[in-house]
Design a protein around this ligand. Structure first.
Ligand code: F6R
Length: 243
C-alpha cells in the first residue's frame, strides 16, 4: 500500500480528483468503481469543476458503485443512486445508462448476480474509489465478511446504522440491509484509492495498515492488493506506526 498524507482536506481531494481525471484522460472508456458517503464528496466536486472548466470527457466512461440500501427507490433522497446523480453524474457528461448502482428494489439475489456479470462483461473495474467505516468496513462489507465474497446482500451493523442515522429522520428509518460489492469484487479492481480523514478514522487506518490481515478488519485485505494508495489527512494518519 502506498500512503499519502495531506496537511489539509482541500489538497487531499484535489490529489484524488487529479488521479481520476488523469486516469479518464489516459483511458476514455475506463471502468470506474465509485463510493458514496462524505469521504468522496469534495473529490467529486473537484472532478465536476475540472469537467466544466477544462472539458475532461466522460462520455465513454462506465461506472459501478459499491453499494445501495435495500428498500430505497433510486429517487429516494437517501438512496445511493440519488446521491451519485446529484453529487457527480449530473455534473459530468456521462450518459446515465453507463452508470451502475445496484438496485435495492426487486429480486436482490438476482440483482447481485447480474451486477457481477455486468462488471465482468466490461472487463472488470480499472480504478476503484473507497472510503472506510470506523469499524474498517469497505463497501458495506462489515467485520466478519468473508474475503472471497462477491456482490451480495448484507445486514448493516448497529455501528453503521448509527453512523448513517444523521442522514435520516431517525435511526429507525435507516435501512437495515444493503446490496454491496463483495471484498473479492473490490480486490479484483486493478487500482484502488482509499480516502480517510478525521480522527474518527485513525484507529481503523492504524489497524488496516499495521494490524494483521483479518476478516474482522475488512480493509486489512488491501495490504495484499498490488496497487492501492491511501489518501489521508494528518488526523486519520495519527496512529500509524512508521510515518
Ligand atoms: C459508501 C461505502 C462505505 C463508506 C464508509 C465511509 O459507498 O461503501 O464503505 O465509504 O462508510 O463513509 P463516510 O465517507 O461517510 O465516512
Amino acid at each position: 500500500m502506498q500512503i499519502q498524507i495531506f496537511q489539509d482536506k482541500e489538497s487531499l481531494h484535489r490529489a484524488v480528483a487529479q488521479m481520476f481525471i488523469d486516469a479518464v484522460k489516459a483511458k476514455p472508456n475506463i471502468v470506474l468503481g465509485l463510493a458514496t458517503g462524505s469521504s468522496p464528496l469534495e473529490t467529486y466536486e473537484n472532478m465536476i469543476k475540472d469537467h466544466q472548466e477544462k472539458g475532461t470527457d466522460y462520455s465513454g466512461v462506465v461506472t459501478f458503485n459499491l453499494d445501495e440500501y435495500i428498500g430505497l427507490e433510486g429517487t429516494h433522497s437517501q438512496s445511493y443512486r440519488y446521491f451519485m446523480n446529484t453529487s457527480l453524474f449530473n455534473g459530468l457528461n456521462i450518459p446515465l445508462d453507463q452508470t451502475n448502482v445496484p438496485s435495492g428494489i426487486g429480486d436482490v439475489n438476482e440483482i447481485c448476480k447480474a451486477y457481477e456479470e455486468k462488471i465482468t462483461s466490461v472487463g472488470g473495474i480499472d480504478f476503484q474509489l473507497l472510503g472506510i467505516g470506523t469499524n474498517g468496513h469497505i463497501g458495506f462489507n462489515e467485520p466478519g465478511t468473508s474475503f472471497d465474497t462477491r456482490t451480495h446482500v448484507t445486514a448493516l451493523t448497529q455501528e453503521t446504522i448509527e453512523g448513517n442515522a444523521r442522514f435520516f429522520e431517525s435511526e429507525d428509518s435507516v435501512p437495515k440491509k444493503a446490496v454491496t460489492m463483495g471484498i473479492q469484487t473490490i480486490m479484483d479492481a486493478k487500482k484502488i484509492a482509499l480516502i480517510a480523514y478525521g480522527s474518527k478514522k485513525a484507529a481503523a487506518i492504524r489497524d488496516m495498515v499495521n494490524g494483521p490481515i483479518t476478516e474482522m478488519m475488512p480493509a486489512s485485505i488491501l495490504q495484499n492488493h498490488s496497487d492501492t494508495t491511501l489518501f489521508l489527512d494528518e488526523e486519520a494518519a495519527a496512529l500509524l506506526k512508521a510515518r
